[in-house]
Ligand binder design. Structure first.
Ligand SMILES: Nc1nc2c(ncn2[C@@H]2O[C@H](COP(=O)(O)OP(=O)(O)OP(=O)(O)O)[C@@H](O)[C@H]2O)c(=O)[nH]1
Ligand SMILES: [Mg+2]
Length: 420
């Protein structure tokens, strides 16, 4: 089944029932093999549900501060997403159609979800700000897993879901990571660059990566209000040439030039001329027309390709389990210990790196590496406590050498700490 999905991922025709039936069989087989609770089974279930409900997920991606959130506000006709001149969006928001505005926030670790029924546009924006804005929820201290906004906008009525994402490339690296985490959820992309600068090397790299993750990319040049009409033409020509040459896009890329700021103002005030000049009206018309004719095909292709990925992972996991079953017990115990040791030390190193900034005054003379060794002592002691019985253990490999290394590192740390 995996092969069937993979081989047809690129040239999928709308064969709704066949694909749904195939996913159903795959789901049943996967649940029998790895269990219904496995994340892989859950991923396949979500894909099957999305196909049945025709939920095409269209992400708005780009470098930080290109105006992504403002652009979505212009499409929705209301300033529901928080925006700012400093890096703001830190977590993705999934925006789907709903008869009344509603916000659902899911938390990591199974904490109870929270639901809000905001009454005004300002309340929607303020509620979202509390969870998705870097300022209100720095480094996701609230442990938010997912934020969903339901909103009665025409563009969403056919099941299309817009995803507002954090921008990549700012000094806040966790925002870039959060943006990358959304990529497996994207079926189609609106990639936003801005008039000044036209496009950066980082954006080209991002686009190369997106090509393998998504089935359809639209290109949007925002902040066109900075440009004279003749400059807009020159910019689009430059961008098209750059995309074909550098981002290796083979077909003629479709590029829209918009002013999200003016589009939003026009939508809020009903100014038809401004809406036309902003380019937002034309982009939305094009999007709606494309969605009517192409949505099912894009969704089929995306679901096939993502399901193939899930099944490839499942096959690898099963293969690993099978090999583990065939392995002699003693070898398995030794491997398990090595893995636990590596895992424990890696975890402790991450914690040590994290605590480096908050170290006490005398520790300020330590280099990060020495600080790591200092912090890892506890982790290695813990791992030794779960080593296998003496008959299967190689004391030189696990216990003694770690102790010896640590003793010399500790001597180095206490006798001659390097200046930071
Ligand atoms: N002149 C002009 N400014 C715009 C336009 N669109 C957005 N801006 C401004 O650009 C700044 C950034 O807008 P955001 O929508 O927050 O940008 P973003 O890409 O979502 O930013 P991050 O989420 O932090 O990556 C804000 O000050 C907006 O007012 C536009 O079309 N024209
Ligand atoms: Mg934003």
């Amino acid at each position: 089944m995996n092969e069937v999905l993979a081989s047809t991922a690129s040239d999928a025709a709308p064969q709704d029932n066949a694909l749904a039936a195939m996913l159903g069989r795959g789901e049943a087989a996967l649940e029998a093999a790895v269990g219904a609770e496995s994340p892989l089974s859950a991923q396949l279930r979500v894909l099957r549900r999305r196909l049945a409900e025709e939920r095409l997920q269209m992400a708005i991606l780009g470098q930080f501060k290109r105006g992504k959130s403002t652009f979505i506000n212009a499409l929705l006709g209301a300033a529901v997403l928080p925006t700012s001149v400093v890096p703001l969006t830190a977590l993705a928001t999934f925006i789907s159609w709903g008869p009344q505005p509603r916000i659902v926030v899911l938390f990591k670790g199974g904490d109870p979800r929270r639901e809000f029924a905001p009454q005004t546009i300002g309340e929607i924006r303020d509620t979202l700000f509390r969870f998705v804005a870097e300022e209100a929820n720095p480094e996701n201290r609230l442990g938010v897993e997912r934020v969903e906004l339901f909103f009665p906008a025409d563009l969403l009525a056919d099941g299309t879901v817009l995803i507002d994402t954090p921008g990549i490339g700012s000094t806040l690296k966790h925002n870039t990571e959060a943006a990358f985490q959304v990529l497996p959820e994207c079926d189609a992309v609106l990639f936003v660059v801005s008039a000044d600068p036209p496009i950066t090397e980082l954006e080209i790299d991002y686009l190369r990566r997106l090509k393998s993750e998504t089935t359809r990319i639209f290109y949007v040049v925002n902040k066109a209000d900075y440009l004279q009409p003749e400059d807009r033409r020159a910019l689009i020509d430059f961008l098209r040439k750059t995309l074909v040459e550098k981002a290796l896009i083979d077909a003629e890329p479709q590029i829209f030039c918009v002013s999200a700021r003016d589009g939003l103002t026009a939508r809020e005030t009903g100014a038809e001329q401004l809406l036309a000049a902003s380019g937002i009206g034309a982009l939305e018309d094009h999007l709606v027309r494309s969605l009517v004719t192409e949505k099912r095909r894009w969704l089929d292709r995306a679901v096939r390709s993502k399901a193939a990925d899930v099944l490839t992972h499942a096959a690898a996991e099963l293969d690993l389990r099978q090999r583990a079953l065939a392995m002699p017990l003693e070898e398995l115990a030794a491997n398990g210990t090595r893995q636990a040791l590596r895992h424990g030390v890696a975890l402790m190193c991450r914690k040590a790196d994290h605590s480096y900034r908050g170290r006490s005054r005398w520790d300020h003379r330590c280099e990060p590496a020495a600080w790591r060794v200092f912090c890892c002592r506890g982790a290695i002691r813990n791992c030794k406590a779960i080593s296998p019985p003496a008959t299967t253990r190689n004391p030189r490999a696990i216990g003694q050498s770690s102790d010896r290394d640590l003793r010399s590192s500790e001597r180095g740390l206490t006798s001659a700490p390097a200046a930071a």
